[in-house]
Design a protein around this ligand. Structure first.
Ligand SMILES: [Ca+2]
Length: 334
């Protein structure tokens, strides 16, 4: 922890309490090499995507991850600009951003327009972002084998497009072959386990969910709706700790004025960067079946390439860890 961070804590009594809790809950941990992450996000309707992206930047600041690229799977015209502004705020303006080109756009977010317009950003218009498939394929082609972790926290349109992609100037491999060679884990926020219907799977593109889940050639761990549902973050701690000129502060203010929000997306990040932790148990026997309407059901059976997380930790403790990482507090114990 830096001197700046400690001095911030001393100026803010609430932060000091949280610091104590973090030290209490984070056991000693030997630093692992940072993992290469591609984030695929529907940063528009909900605010947990913003929290998740901020978490990744904190983890990148401390060498735990390398943010290779961000795929924005959204029809909100300001979603890539919002992402670009957040990346720039955290000192990484050059992170590649991919979108689905040529789609009808509709501003429906409570915060994307404001974030993209109030903060400096390398990308200001949707059309300035690259095609997501191009970004995916370039990043994967240039990565070492079995080195990439994909974290998806939105619907799966661009994951399906990647899997359907053909050989190109970046790689002679098909999309499925490229994923099989380069990706070691897909941490997917999606579904409701063992059975249910969750938005990332059914809205707006359930066919992509079916296609992605059926054709993904490697390991996938689902963080279902029920995991993040009980983890409430982004409340008064965030409001009091962050400066008001932070895009994270602004997004949570615009979304619900720091009333607290579920942490579906952050949960899948926490698993992806610390799979060895006992925050959750894994159900590994069986596989998920996704219906045409996007509803899903876990069918028990033999061990497969799929697993889903099961709650194994008090959600209040996970919320403290996530809130801390969102605002930039890091401990090696994490
Ligand atoms: Ca999301």
């Amino acid at each position: 922890m830096t001197a700046t961070f400690l001095s911030n804590c001393l100026r803010k009594p609430l932060s000091l309490v949280v610091l104590g809790l973090i030290i209490l809950f984070f056991p000693s941990y030997s630093q692992s090499q940072g993992i290469n992450v591609i984030l695929d996000t529907d940063i528009d309707s909900d605010v947990d995507d913003v929290g998740a992206l901020a978490m990744l930047h904190t983890l990148a600041d401390h060498g735990r991850v390398e943010i290779m690229g961000v795929i924005v799977t959204s029809d909100d015209p300001f979603a890539p600009g919002c992402t670009s502004a957040i990346n720039q705020y955290f000192g990484r303006p050059d992170i590649p951003i991919g979108v689905e080109p040529g789609i009808a756009l509709n501003n429906h977010s409570r915060y994307t327009r404001q974030i993209s317009q109030e903060f400096p950003a390398a990308i200001s218009r949707y059309a300035e972002a690259e095609d997501a498939v191009q970004v995916y394929r370039r990043l994967l082609a240039n990565a070492q084998d079995s080195s990439v972790v994909l974290i998806s926290i939105g619907h799966l349109t661009n994951v399906a497009r990647l899997l359907d992609s053909s050989p190109d100037s970046y790689s002679d491999l098909s999309g499925v072959e490229l994923v099989a060679k380069k990706v070691k884990l897909w941490s997917c926020m999606g579904g409701h386990f063992p059975e249910g219907k969750e938005a990332n799977f059914y809205r707006p593109d359930p066919a992509s969910t079916v296609h992605s889940v059926q054709n993904w050639p490697g390991r996938v761990v689902f963080a279902g709706w029920e995991i993040g549902q009980e983890i409430i973050t982004g409340g008064l701690f965030l409001k009091n700790y962050l400066p008001e000129d932070s895009p994270l502060w602004r997004a949570y203010e615009l979304y619900n004025n720091f009333s607290g929000r579920q942490s579906w997306d952050q949960a899948s990040i926490l698993y992806a960067v610390s799979p060895e932790k006992a925050y959750w148990e894994l159900e590994e026997r069986g596989q998920v079946v996704v219906a045409e309407d996007g509803s899903n059901k876990w069918e028990p059976g033999d061990t497969s390439n799929q697993a889903y997380l099961k709650v194994n930790h008090a959600p209040e403790e996970l919320a403290k860890i996530i809130d801390a990482l969102m605002v930039g507090i890091y401990s090696d114990g994490f």
